[in-house]
Design a protein around this ligand. Sequence first.
Ligand SMILES: C[S@@+](CC[C@H](N)C(=O)[O-])C[C@H]1O[C@@H](n2cnc3c(N)ncnc32)[C@H](O)[C@@H]1O
Length: 400
Amino acid sequence: MNRRETLAIAPMLTALAIATHSTSAAAKTTDVKIDPYNQTPEQEARHAVRLPKLDQQSVQDFLSSFRAAIGKEFRPMRAVLEKSLAAKGLTMDADISPEAAWTTLMQHPQYAMSARLWMSTQQQMWANIYGIFHANAEAVLAELEKADTSGPGRLELNPDLNIPDYTRHEIHIQPGGYVGDPFAGAISHYGFKQFDRNVFNNDRMEHHLAMAQETPIPADGQVRRILDMGTGFGAFATSLKERFPEAEVWGIDVGAPMVRWAHYRAVKMNLDVNFAQRLAEDTKFPDGHFDVVVSYIMHHEVHPDVQEKIVAEAYRVLRPGGSFFPVDFVTKGNPRYMGFGDIMRKASIWQDHRYNNEVWSPSYRETDLPGLMRKVGFTDMKVSAKTGTAFQDVLGFKPA
Ligand SMILES: C[S@@+](CC[C@H](N)C(=O)[O-])C[C@H]1O[C@@H](n2cnc3c(N)ncnc32)[C@H](O)[C@@H]1O
C-alpha cells in the first residue's frame, strides 16, 4: 500500500475507533504496573520533585520536617486539653460551635503555640517557593513559553474563560491562589509535596502514582480516554498516562497557571497528556467521551452550589460503563463520616477553614457526595475511607 492509500484510510480507521468506543469488542487496554515505592532509578529521576538548588530544597525539607514534628510531638495531648477544659466547666464533647471550640483551645498556651507554628511554617514554605520563582520570573516565563507549543501533549488556555469568584480565594494561603499568580502551578507543585509529607510520601510522586495504580476501571477493561478534573499541576493525569500509555489523557483546571505548569511538566516527562483551562462543571467535552473520570482533592475546594453540577458533568462525559473516582475528604454519606466531632476536631476544622483559607471545605464535608452521585445516575457505588488518612474513595459507574 502506498502512502496516499494509507492516508485515505486514516479517517475510516478513526471513524471505526469512535464507533467501537462504546462497545466491548476491542482488546483490553495496556495496563502498566508501576511500584510507586520501589521505583527504578530512571523512574525516580522522572518523578523527583526537587527545587533547582540544594539550599532551596533544604529550606523546604527543614520546614516540612518541622511541621511533621509539630504534628506528632508538640501538639498537646488530649488529656492536657481535657484538664484545661474541665477547669472551664467544659468537656471534650461540649455542644459549642467550631469557632468557639477554636477560641477556647487557643487559650491554652501549648495549643496556641503549636497552631501558630503550624501556620507560620506554612507561610514560610510558600514564601520560599514564591520567592524562588518570582526572583527568576523572566527565565521561568521564557521556559514556559517555549514549552507552551511543544509536545507531545497539547496545552489549551482560555483567556475568555469566565473564572468563577469561588475559585479566586487563596486556598491553603498559597500566595495568589490557583488563578492569580503566573507561577501558581509551580508553587503548588513544590508546596503540595511538603503537605503530602504529613500523610503520604510524595517526594517522587509516590502518592499520585499509587492513586493512579489504584484507580478502578470499567468492567470491560477498556480505557481509551481519561479525564482528570481539577488537575492542578497534572500529577494524577501524568501518573494515569504512565499506567495507560495508549489512552488519551486530559487534565483540566480553572487556573491557566496550573495547566500551563502541568503541560510544562508533561513535556519534560515526554508524556502525551493534554491540559486545558476548563471548568469541571462545564468541561466542553462531548457526551460519552471518556471511559474514566477522576479527581483528587478538588471537590472540597468548590462552592456547594457547584458540587452536583460537577458530578452530573462527570456522568454526562462518561460512556456507558465508565467509572467516576473522585478522591477527597470524607463527607456525609460515608459511614465513616464523623461530622464536626469533638472540640479538638471542631477547632482543627475551624483553623483550616478560617486560617488555612479552606473556604469551602466545611460545606463540602456536609455534602452527601455519594448521594449526589446516586442522584445523577451512578450505580454500583463503593464508598470507603482510606485508613489512617482523612480521605475517602468514592466510586460509581455509569450504567452500561
Ligand atoms: C487541591 S488542588 C488539586 C490538585 C490536583 N488534583 C493534584 O492531584 O494535586 C485543586 C485544584 O482544583 C482546581 N479547581 C477548583 N475548582 C475548579 C473547577 N470548578 N474546575 C476546574 N478546576 C477547579 C484548582 O484550581 C486546583 O488546581
